[in-house]
Write a protein that binds this ligand. Structure first.
Ligand SMILES: [Zn+2]
Ligand SMILES: [Zn+2]
Length: 179
């Protein structure tokens, strides 16, 4: 049966204990995903620049996990932190190329918000990285951006822009920016 539009079929932005600010193990997440009938999950812990985040070896070793467990496809990923306006990520290419899903995002502990044009440049340059599949929570009001330019670039490069429902709770003001 085809899923209804609002049926969740996959959760592609997840943190495990390894991120330092989440509380579940991989096996707890897989069990829950299986119980909820999800077809796929992506393990996307933060890159190493996040305080409390994992060492880069975490990402190099993800291949030890099964590809499918409990009927759930397990994608290996990262929520990489953008470190500067050049779009530099906190995980080098040798690790990025091992992964199924690479999110990139702006996070205050890793990069201070700047002007609209510099924040936007950081996202546009990150989108230029061939390993980056998409941008997380671009609606975050802490980083003022040229939304039109980011949406246009993502569309041209066929990349993802996340509408993050957790942001609606923890990043006040995200909802109106995502509407
Ligand atoms: Zn996080
Ligand atoms: Zn994030």
């Amino acid at each position: 049966m085809m899923p209804k539009i609002m049926d969740l079929v996959a959760d592609l932005h997840l943190h495990t204990l390894a991120s330092g600010h989440a509380y579940s193990t991989v096996s707890e997440i897989v069990h829950l995903a299986s119980a909820k009938g999800l077809q796929a999950i992506a393990l996307t812990d933060h890159g190493p620049a996040m305080p409390g985040g994992p060492h880069r070896y975490h990402f190099g070793n993800l291949s030890v996990l099964p590809e499918v467990d409990g009927g759930v496809l397990i994608l290996r990923g990262v929520e990489a932190n953008i470190l500067d306006s050049d779009g530099t990520l906190d995980l080098p290419e040798i690790y990025l190329k091992l992964l199924d899903l690479v999110w990139a995002g702006l996070h205050v502990p890793c990069l201070q918000p700047s002007t609209r044009s510099i924040n936007t440049r950081a996202l546009l340059n990150a989108l230029d990285n061939p390993y980056v599949d998409g941008i997380v929570h671009p609606g975050n009001p802490e980083f003022v951006i040229d939304e039109e330019a980011v949406v246009q670039a993502a569309k041209e490069k066929n990349k993802l822009l996340e509408i993050n429902n957790s942001s609606f709770l923890i990043r006040r003001g995200s909802k109106t920016r995502c509407a």
